[in-house]
Ligand binder design. Structure first.
Ligand code: NBP
Length: 489
């Protein structure tokens, strides 16, 4: 019999199973495979029962069922499992066939794998898939990169199964999936998405902390606040689920959120984003604080000890409660703008470094639906890049400039109020500090350069001389005239 399957998916955990069912819904024939082959049988007997989904108990059996060029998508744990499957697949595939990695792989691994698979005459796609279980089943955001020649072969499937969002410019429903760029571009954009997700979550948690400890609000009261916020410019999936989480009761009728231990986990994509930002020299301070805040939260036992040693005082914010709620909303909105501006700065620098031609408005549209950071706000970002595709920084867009200016008084009030009362707001305050640094024409780095030149002869540029000329001063009268070339701290 002729091969029937349009695509193979390897990996039958939550993401793989749901993507397969989604592809099936859109008329594609999928062949499913999993390392532990009993899961193939279980899947076919239960979740895939009554569908046209096929199964395989070996990779050879799976490949034999695929139409050409063969498309094989890995939805397995990121890391060595991906390399192992590539090695096993290569002898079974032919030039022109396509290997797709849909897991959360590190973008450097995807760069390496794209080159490797291409060197064998095959094509490779490393794609971010966001939206968790629900997204995978009913429409994720998909961010593919890798071998450009592979894209036309996977585009119809990916764009059919992806979430759809309204393009603010045209009003048309567009798939939240488009070609991102070569090599590791897709996984880089997905990694940045996850970093931004860390930031958004931390900002919401700080707002919650202020409402809870600063204003003494109950989960039910906060549920109402988040419900209102979700009807305005903060409208987003994460605000929406926070609203619902705050209303959820435990079996005894008390708020479930109060029963959850305050230590956050992480799987590494936030950390990767920060590491990349350090490599590129881009200050994504808010995402960094979000990652470190999870680290602080994990020090539960130490924090319990410290709370006894440094007893917190009265944390109540004095003044009108409704005014504070609006100030907190504005502080959250302004900080979120900073976080996205930083995320876009990072992608711009990475694109320059790796020679990716990223479409920044297209990325906002891809994130507009299906993924965890989906929001109304991303429509505004898309509109900003629509107006000016080469926009240097989101903070220069008139819409966001006006938005920041409208929030800045509240933002300062909230950060200073929290500092006075000892409520930690690392993301709100780093966003404000970044904003103040960003708009500061003359920072104290002149003194810093003097210090560097003093102890290490690192040289400095002068305000009264053209850029690119470097000077060294013998600060103590005992040093030499030789400047440092290589020693950096
Ligand atoms: P997991 O990340 O839990 O991976 C489970 C799959 O990996 C199973 O098929 C398992 O096979 C296979 N696997 C493992 Br574990 N180690 C293997 C190895 N050494 N060799 C071969 N196969 C191996 O599944 P998931 O949560 O569905 O996620 C799949 C990918 O999508 C991951 O990269 C994840 O980071 C990414 N992702 C997940 C989400 C989410 O919300 N869960 C969202 C977006 C992206 P077995 O059954 O034989 O153990």
């Amino acid at each position: 019999m002729d091969p029937q399957a349009d695509i193979a998916v390897i990996g039958l955990a939550v993401m793989g199973q749901n993507l397969i069912l989604n592809m099936n819904d859109h008329g594609y024939t999928v062949v499913a495979y999993n390392r532990t082959t009993s899961k193939v049988d279980e899947f076919l007997a239960v979740e895939a029962k009554g569908t046209r989904i096929l199964g395989a108990h070996s990779l050879a059996e799976m490949v034999a069922q695929l139409k050409k060029p063969r498309r094989v998508m890995l939805m397995v744990k990121a890391g060595s499992a991906v390399d192992d499957f590539i090695e096993q697949l290569l002898p079974l595939l032919e030039p022109g066939d396509i290997v797709i990695d849909g897991g959360n792989s590190l973008f450097q691994d995807t760069i390496r794998r794209t080159k490797y698979v291409e060197s064998k005459g095959l094509l490779y796609i490393g794609t971010g898939v966001s939206g968790g279980e629900e997204g995978a089943r009913h429409g994720p955001s998909i961010m593919p990169g890798g071998s450009p020649a592979a894209w036309p072969h996977v585009q119809p499937i990916f764009q059919a199964i992806a979430a759809k969002a309204t393009d603010p410019a045209t009003g048309a429903q567009e798939p939240c999936c488009d070609w991102v760029g070569e090599g590791g571009a897709g996984h880089y954009v997905k990694m940045t998405h996850n970093g931004i997700e860390y930031g958004d979550m931390q900002l919401i948690c700080e707002a919650y902390h202020l409402l809870k400890d600063g204003l003494g609000m109950s989960p039910d009261e906060m549920h109402t606040v988040f419900k209102t916020w979700n009807e305005g410019e903060l409208q987003s999936y994460l605000i929406e689920i926070t609203r619902d989480i705050l209303a959820k009761k435990d079996d005894d009728g008390s708020p479930l959120v109060d029963k959850i231990l305050d230590t956050a986990g992480q799987k590494g994509t936030g950390k990767w984003t920060v590491i990349s930002s350090q490599d590129l020299g881009i200050p994504i301070t808010l995402i960094a604080e979000a990652v470190y805040s999870r680290c602080v939260s994990a020090l539960k036992d130490t924090r319990v000890q410290a709370a006894k040693a440094y007893k917190p005082g009265n944390t109540r914010l004095a003044g009108d409660r409704d005014a504070w709620i609006e100030d907190i909303r504005k502080a959250l909105y302004a900080s979120k703008i900073i976080s996205y501006a930083q995320g876009y700065m990072l992608m711009r620098a990475a694109a320059q470094e790796h020679k990716w031609n990223l479409n920044y408005g297209g990325i906002a549209l891809m994130w507009r639906g299906g993924c965890i950071i989906r929001s109304r706000f991303l429509g505004d970002i898309k509109a900003a890049f629509e107006k000016k595709p080469k926009l240097e920084n989101l903070l220069f867009d008139p819409f966001f400039k006006k938005a920041i200016k409208g929030c800045v008084r509240s933002w300062r009030k909230v950060v200073s109020g929290a500092v006075k009362k000892g409520i930690p707001v690392p993301a709100f305050s780093t966003a404000l500090a970044f904003f103040d640094g960003f708009r500061c024409e003359r920072l104290p780095a002149n003194l810093l350069q003097a210090q560097r030149d003093y102890f290490g002869a690192h040289t400095y540029e002068r305000v009264d001389q053209p850029r690119g000329q470097f000077f060294h001063t013998n600060w103590t009268g005992t040093g030499g005239r030789v400047a440092s070339g290589t020693y950096t701290v």
